[in-house]
Structure formats: structure tokens, C-alpha cells
Design a protein around this ligand. Sequence first.
Ligand code: PLP
Length: 419
Amino acid sequence: MSNPSEFPAIARQDPEVHRILTAEVQRQANCLELIASENHVSRAVLEAVGSVLTNKYAEGYPGKRYYGGCEFVDQIEELARERARQLFGCEHVNVQPHSGSQANMAAFMAVLNPGDTILSLDLAHGGHLTHGLKANFSGRLYNIVHYGVARDKEVFDFDEIRRLARECKPRMIVTGASAYPRTIDFAAFAQIAREVGAYLMADIAHIAGLVATGLHPSPVPHADFVTTTTHKTLRGPRSGMIMCKAEHAKAVDSRIFPGIQGGPLMHVVAGKAVAFGEALRPEFKDYQQRILANAQALAKGLIGFGYRLVSGGTDNHLMLVDLRQVHADITGKQAEGWLESAGLIVNKNMIPFDERKPTETSGLRIGTPAVTTRGLGPAEMQKVAEWIHEVLAARGAESVVRTVREQVLGMCKRFPMPH
Ligand SMILES: *Cc1c(COP(=O)(O)O)cnc(C)c1O
């Protein structure tokens, strides 16, 4: 599967690193990647990220750098920005954030002071670390108030969010999630933000590919700041990006540099330009549609085996399985481990109002972006649901895991990696 000459220079000079890299190439090829936040980038994106642009310092912005020799990196950053504006229709974009977390940090710092109140989604209900975890910079710097999902329907309850907003008078409302399977009504969040005079930030790290192709409503017309990663559904290099209204352009740019970062990773900026170019093609919308169709098929398969999905299903690329319904005794941690042995890579995840600890959990988060990139379709998703159920029903029994592992390997051979 893996090509041993994939890293020829490393093979010659560093057998230790070569052995590890090759093992990881094989792991990715021989497992089905169902982690909702991961994907397989194209060979073109890999080439950009592996290019000599990694050698270049380019502190500053195109035309205003603190280093010489920036003629071509200026062009690549301009291209990435132009393509991002075309994809999302935003007024201003900064493509330099090293990651989604850096994007969020800079967006907060653009308009907030330490101690200001942020109203954001609870982590245990699908939010992200940077939306106010105590141990994260966000929880340390700002006064965090959380909203969650309603206990009955497990979706956002805008009356409750409005009540909280009126009560805590936040300087900023943050929406967007790492584990929310339903469509987010950005207009409704914007309405509440307007009512209480708060800024609105939408973090579309997970759903950026769906937003770019019009398969999920865009927050761009509604939010002051839209942050994202570029490596999840958007299928670019591991990185981040901030979009904002023109009035915040200067603040955002100066918070990224010199505020929280030094030189941009120009090889990764090049990777973003390449990925955005891919995302502008009609095939990319087709890919996003197949992600959604696969999520529907997988959800249907799991429901067929009796599993309860948080909120009853999914509108996007991911679903949260409540394990308690079928296997009250199995934790998300155990399930994750057994499935990994079978070559099915998922992650344990809190479900709303989970009674187990975040290190145990009662749920699994499962997503379809990466397997869709490999070309799996709805029929294969039905198979995957079956395998998940077999492994869990057998509580990870070795003989069952071995049989499923072989079938997963067979499927991996039928659907080789995209490069
Ligand atoms: C993944 C994610 C991020 C952060 O991304 P990193 O690149 O890992 O820092 C931020 N927000 C949300 C909602 C995410 O899901």
C-alpha cells in the first residue's frame, strides 16, 4: 500500500524517522478514518506543504514585510486570500493563523479585553476548548458563560440563549462547534447578538467545506468574525483562517502579527491556496454532497441496530452516538479502543448531560469526510455500521475484532488512498 520510496531522502539519512513515517502512511492506508475532524489531503496540498516555502521568513503582510526576498511568498499569500474571498464571500480574510485555536485567539483579542464576558457553547454540549475551557487561554482570560442544548431535543434553544444573553450581557457571543450534528441558525444568533449589543463570532472549523459549497447556511453575512480551520471538511493543510467585516480588518491583522504570531508558515499558506483552488471547483461540491449522503447512510445504519443518535440524527458530516441505549455498560473510551483494534478510527465524545467523565464518556463522535475522500459510498457506510455494532456487541472480543479487521483491510484495498 505505502510506497517505500515515498521519503527517499529520509530513507537514506534517517532510518529511524523513515520507519515511523512509513508506519503512519500504512496505518492511514489500512484503517478507515472516521474521526469527524480529519481528512486526507490531495497530493498537491502535500507538495505545497512539503515545499521550500518552509525556508522563508515573511513577517508582516504582502507588500509590507519585515524581510527581503518576499516577492513570491507575497504572490502566494495574495492568491490564498483572493481564493478565500471567492469561496466564502467575506469582506476581509487573514490566512496566516497557524491553527484554528490561533484564529480564535486573534479574533477574541481584536475586540475583547481580559475579563470581558463571552457567551459560548458548553464543551460538554459540543463546544471547543478555545470557547472557554478553564485550562485554555480562553477560560483564563475571559469571563465565560455557557449555553448548552435543550435536554429534550438536544438542539439549540434560542429562547434560553436569549435569556442568558440578556442576563450576562456578553461582549461577544460565540457559536460554532466541534460536535454538533445539526444545522446552525447563524441568523438567529446574530439577532440575539444585536439585541444585547454583542459581537458575534462563528467558528466554522468543522463545517467550512459545507459552508463554502452552500450546503450549510453561511455565517459570513451575519457574524462580525468567522474563524475556521482549513483541515477538516475543507480538506486543506492543518491550519486556520479568520474572516471578518472590513471594519475589523486592521485589528485582526495586527492581533495575528505582531500580536500572537511571528512569521507565517508560508508553505502552509501555499497549501491553503492549493486547497482553496480545489474547493472552488465543481467536483468539491459533489464531494461535500457525498459526505452528507454518507453521514445519512451511516446514521440510518446505526439507528437500524438500535443506537440512539444525539438529536435523533444528523444534518451535517458527523453524528454523536449515545452508547447507553444499546450497551449501558460500555464507555466511549472502551468503544474507541476496540474499534481501533478493528481498524475503525473514531473518538470518544461527551454527549449532552453525560454522566461519565470526559476521559470515559458515554458517546462516540463519528464523521464521514475522510472515508468519503477515499471514495466510500452509502453501501460501504451500511457495512461500517454493521462492523461497529459487531465489535461493540462482542465487547471487543478478539475473534470478532480479527474478523472485522480483515474485512476493513479488504475495503481499504478496494478504496486506496487518494495519492
Ligand atoms: C478543531 C476546532 C478548532 C481548533 O483547531 P486547531 O487547529 O486544532 O487549533 C477550533 N474550533 C472548533 C469548533 C474546532 O472544531
